[in-house]
Design a protein around this ligand. Structure first.
Ligand SMILES: Cc1cc2nc3c(=O)[nH]c(=O)nc-3n(C[C@H](O)[C@H](O)[C@H](O)COP(=O)(O)OP(=O)(O)OC[C@H]3O[C@@H](n4cnc5c(N)ncnc54)[C@H](O)[C@@H]3O)c2cc1C
Length: 508
């Protein structure tokens, strides 16, 4: 009998891919180019899911994958960092708290202007733990496509057991090792200093601030930038933080077999036939649905993640894992080894930090996560260079803009009025998704992925202007089936009024 009772909470630790399994092949630049949809499929292709229907396999002894321990060990980069000299108390121009994707991208971008930068992090050489996925065109546009270690020319969305869409947009997995290595090496070449410690407190004087670290060292700087992620305590808010949350359980696993095509990444699988014999799980999934996200690397290696797109209050993690167990069993996926696991918890939407304030922020702590999707990596890679330019215009050798004026300028460069307006729209998207049950969610995505690709690509990559988002909203509403229109009219008037009110306030 399949054992479901022991569903232990796996530690919140995502471990790096060990070299014990064959790594997915490195991507050549040719393979990252867009690949057209097969000629028998339209650009966004709807197709019957029947040919992909999974035959459930019944085994008398089925090991619950939750009992398996992740095998990979944390990985360190092999780079000689320039260490902060503890005997030197002279101030830096910029001190950055955190060496996640956001902190390092900003450090690299701002130091390119000759600005003196120090990054503080308790583990600056650790490879990032999260499994990041991005749209290939996003990284291609920034010259970062060689930092993807696997790409899929098509993405698949299973709407339900009868309908599947093949999206003609390539998707990639970020090589955490390569991207961090690339950013770190550039930082070192540009003279960025590193201090291995945890930032404890930030103190401000009129034209200078200081970060106190847990080892007693104080790092002074004209500007402090918080890039310490969602758990930051350095940033102030003046409104209640009514986030939604994305929660997911992911595993990079060696499996006996899996049913996914190797040239297609599964962006969302909303099928629920695996819950046929699970009345409790089925009822809760009907109300608060989860989907499967899958990256097939080869016929035996796959990243699988059961995901609640957004919930408020948070869908329990235990529930997400139970659904994943039922799904994998139904798909006939037998997990032999778990290489890594990850608990994904992403606050989405909610108010922006107070703008301006004395500490600058970037990344998860700066409200950059896409409120409707939970994505952020490509966005933060794109926004760090213009923020760096604004910092250089203030702190560079020709200008000496400090204190309040500096904070006003740098916050304004990250959160211009236009970007604040578009964020209101994405937050409305999140509020809408929060109101939809499984049926409503399926109808929504069925219509969304039938939009002109310019619009759905742009929405998912935060590239649309507020006018274009208005067009998208009208087009989505116009082409939605009647039950979806009813959903929006009956369930979303309050978020709609709130969005319109906030848009009006932002434009005053
Ligand atoms: C599991 C998971 C999966 C995700 N997957 C995707 C994805 O596929 N695609 C996508 O676009 N987005 C994804 N996201 C969302 C988002 O892109 C990530 O959370 C991203 O890591 C945020 O980057 P960051 O640099 O802002 O913060 P983090 O990556 O959290 O980095 C923060 C850094 O600050 C350091 N730090 C923290 N506190 C202190 C302190 N007091 N002093 C000094 N240093 C400190 C930490 O050690 C860490 O190095 C995911 C998020 C999670 C949690």
């Amino acid at each position: 009998m399949c054992e479901l009772s022991h569903i232990s909470l796996v530690s919140y630790q995502t471990l790096s891919l060990m070299g014990t399994l064959a790594r997915p092949p490195l991507v050549s630049s040719a393979s990252t180019k867009f690949v057209s949809c097969p000629s028998f499929l339209p650009k966004t292709c709807n197709s019957s899911v029947n040919k992909l229907r999974i035959r459930p396999r019944i085994h008398c002894r089925w090991t619950n994958f939750l009992d398996l321990k992740p095998e990979a060990k944390p990985e360190l980069l092999d780079i000689d960092l320039l260490q902060h000299d503890k005997s030197d108390a002279s101030p830096y121009d910029v001190v950055i708290i955190g060496t996640g994707p956001s902190g390092l991208r900003l450090a690299q971008s701002v130091s390119a202007y000759g600005i003196r930068v120090c990054c503080v992090d308790p583990a600056p050489l650790s490879v990032w733990p999260n499994n990041y996925g991005v749209w290939v065109d996003e990284f291609h546009n920034m010259g970062l496509e060689d930092c993807l270690d696997k790409t899929w020319p098509l993405t698949t969305v299973f709407i339900d057991d009868h309908k599947v869409k093949y999206l003609d947009r390539a998707y990639g997995r970020v090589s955490r090792h390569r991207l961090k290595n690339r950013l770190m090496e550039r930082c070192v070449a540009l003279g960025v200093k590193f201090h291995k410690a945890k930032a404890w407190k930030v103190n401000h004087k009129e034209f200078e601030s200081a970060v106190s670290c847990d080892d007693g060292i104080e790092l002074k700087g004209s500007l402090i930038v918080d890039a310490s992620g969602f758990t930051s305590t350095f940033i102030e808010y003046d409104k209640p933080r009514n986030h939604g949350f994305q929660i997911a359980h992911g595993i990079l696993a060696e499996v006996e077999d899996h049913p996914f095509d190797l040239d297609k990444m599964v962006l969302m699988d909303w099928r629920d036939s695996h819950l046929g014999n699970e009345p409790y799980l089925r009822a809760s999934n009907d109300k608060l649905p989860t989907f499967l996200y899958a990256m097939p690397f080869d016929s035996n290696l796959v990243f699988l993640e059961e995901t609640s797109l957004v919930s408020r209050p948070l869908l329990p993690y235990k529930e997400v894992k139970k659904r994943m167990v039922a799904r994998l069993r139904h798909l006939g996926i037998r997990v032999k080894r778990i290489i890594e696991d990850e608990k994904c918890l992403i606050p989405m939407g909610g108010p922006l930090p107070c703008i301006p304030q004395s500490v600058m922020a970037i990344g998860g702590t700066a409200g950059l996560v896409h409120p409707s999707t939970g994505y952020m990596v490509a966005q933060t890679m794109a926004l760090a260079p213009p923020l760096a330019r604004a910092i250089a215009e203030c702190l560079g050798s020709t200008r000496m803009i400090r204190g309040r004026q500096l904070h006003y300028r740098v916050w304004g460069s990250l959160w211009s009025v236009e970007r604040r307006l578009t964020r209101e729209f994405y937050t409305f998207g999140m509020e809408t998704l929060l109101k939809l049950d499984l049926k409503g969610t399926r109808r929504f995505f069925n219509t969304f992925f039938d939009l002109d690709p310019y619009y759905w690509h742009g929405f998912l990559s935060s590239r649309l202007s507020i006018g274009e988002l208005g067009m998208l909203g009208l087009s989505l509403f116009g082409s939605a089936p009647n039950p979806s229109k009813l959903d929006i009219l009956t369930k979303c008037p309050l978020p709609l009024v709130r969005m319109v009110g906030n848009l009006a306030l932002e434009t005053i």
